[in-house]
Write a protein that binds this ligand. Structure first.
Ligand SMILES: *Cc1c(COP(=O)(O)O)cnc(C)c1O
Length: 234
């Protein structure tokens, strides 16, 4: 595919996604300007990140440090907000803290210390979301709902971190709307103690309408924008 053909394909996908968001907002009585669209570019090349930025995308996300770091370096000239959305090992915190603007997958107090120390070392402030497990521990990452306040307090107290909100992935094969409603409830509880934690990151290609209906502020969209991901060999 030529770059021109890929650009046309991405532009068409982006228009589709934006019209889905507009329709979901209309149904929910919300303003599309309240919603930030994040392109999840994992498994796709840095060239796609560049094309998306050229089409007006402002936010991109990756889920593996090994892939995210070189792509961030290859697109460092672009004015993008970079999100990290994957399960994060403590020993990768130092690397991620150098290029990510928002870490959406903070799910334990131990990681908070590592991220803050790493951000300090790089002279940066990281915005963090507490990832909530809505699948009762089925392994997609996240803090148990009961542990969310403690993780949120730890982020808020950390020198180089800013508590920006919460994130979740809907349970596989479950009721996305019920899961996102639970997330919105937890987000409201977190805001009672931390009024600045305004982000609710929920919704992917298959369930963005449910997320918008439940009050999501950020949508993480991969497949619907970039196409199907090929399996990657690790
Ligand atoms: C891959 C991924 C997405 C995007 O999923 P799609 O179904 O391709 O839109 C969103 N959030 C996280 C955490 C992901 O890993």
């Amino acid at each position: 595919m030529t770059p021109e053909e890929r650009t046309a394909e991405l532009a068409a996908n982006l228009a589709d996604v934006r019209s889905r968001i507009a329709a979901a907002c209309a149904a929910a009585g919300r303003d599309p300007a309240e919603i930030t669209l994040i392109a999840v570019t994992k498994t796709f090349p840095a060239d796609d990140v560049r094309l998306l930025a050229g089409l007006g995308v402002t936010d991109v996300a990756e889920n593996r440090d090994q892939e995210a770091r070189p792509k961030a370096e290859a697109t460092a000239d672009l004015p993008l907000t970079r999100h990290f959305v994957g399960q994060l090992q403590t020993n990768k915190a130092r690397s991620v803290a150098e290029y990510a603007d928002v870490v959406q997958s903070v799910d334990r107090v131990r990681l908070v210390g590592a991220l803050s120390a790493a951000a300090l070392r790089h002279g940066r402030t990281l915005r963090c979301l507490v990832q909530v497990a809505l699948d009762d521990g089925a392994g997609r990452g996240g803090a148990a709902p009961a542990d969310v306040p403690a993780v949120a307090d730890a982020v808020a107290a950390a020198d180089a971190l800013e508590l920006a909100g919460v994130m979740a992935v809907a349970p596989l094969g479950g009721d996305a709307r019920a899961a996102f409603a639970r997330l919105t409830g937890l987000a409201a509880e977190v805001r009672e103690d931390h009024p600045g934690a305004a982000i609710v990151s929920a919704g992917m290609s298959g369930d963005l309408e449910d997320a918008v209906a439940c009050g999501a502020t950020h949508l993480r969209i991969g497949t619907a924008l970039l196409g199907g991901r090929r399996a990657i060999v690790r």
